[in-house]
Ligand binder design. Structure first.
Ligand SMILES: Cc1cc2nc3c(=O)[nH]c(=O)nc-3n(C[C@H](O)[C@H](O)[C@H](O)COP(=O)(O)O)c2cc1C
Length: 194
């Protein structure tokens, strides 16, 4: 059996032209280059209603959330390229993480999608902070639900000028930081989960 860590890579945006999807695609190639078995997902393929306890009681966890949760359970870790909305997480990302944190049955271990997994965070935004402020609450939340969040991260400012026409990062320093972040995620997920 391959010892390649199984990693999920995704952006917290469903927008077709999302800058964070660009960053997630780049991160996925980097993770593969470092030897990971990567599944690049698009949250647009996992539509979920806004979490509502009554809805959950009546209809259970929505099928797309069940599917995504199973993918997380089968993974060793994940990388998120997270948009910043009003200095915090985007609601799509928060809602997705909330749904997949829910148990589907009493015998399911709590936080099975997250507990013991390793995560790397990055962000990009047209603004000057590059989404950095949104990574603070995201890091806190993930840490509180059992995820080992890497201390390294990357925030790419001025997203509309940060990528060239081949969708590569223009700035060499940012390319290197993404490569280091990806290498670290592969290394730590291998160390922690095998
Ligand atoms: C409701 C809302 C709030 C936003 N707040 C911020 C913000 O606090 N900081 C920031 O850098 N960009 C902010 N933006 C701009 C987003 O960074 C921008 O729309 C970005 O392109 C979203 O990521 P995406 O391209 O991956 O979809 C906000 C956008 C929206 C719609």
């Amino acid at each position: 059996m391959s010892d390649a860590p199984r990693l999920i890579c995704f952006a917290g945006s469903a927008r077709r032209q999302s800058f964070n999807k660009r960053l997630a695609r780049l991160a996925a190639s980097n993770l593969e280059a470092h030897g990971a078995d990567v599944t690049l997902i698009d949250l647009a393929d996992y539509p979920m209603p806004i979490y509502d306890g009554d809805l959950e009681n009546e209809q259970g966890v929505p099928e797309p959330a069940q599917t995504l949760k199973a993918q997380f359970r089968d993974s060793d870790g994940f990388l998120i390229a997270a948009p910043e909305y009003n200095s915090s997480l985007a609601p799509l990302l928060k809602n997705t993480l909330d749904w997949i944190s829910r148990r589907e049955s009493a015998d399911e271990p709590p936080l099975a999608a997250f507990n013991g997994k390793v995560a790397a965070l990055c962000a990009t935004s047209p603004g000057g902070f590059g989404g950095l402020r949104g990574l603070v609450p995201l890091r806190m939340m993930l840490g509180n639900i059992g995820v080992h969040v890497l201390p390294q991260q990357l925030a790419v400012a001025h997203a509309n000028q940060a990528f060239d026409d081949r969708e590569q990062l223009v700035d060499e320093q940012q390319r290197q930081t993404l490569d280091t972040l990806s290498g670290e995620l592969v290394k730590v997920s291998r160390q922690l989960t095998r």
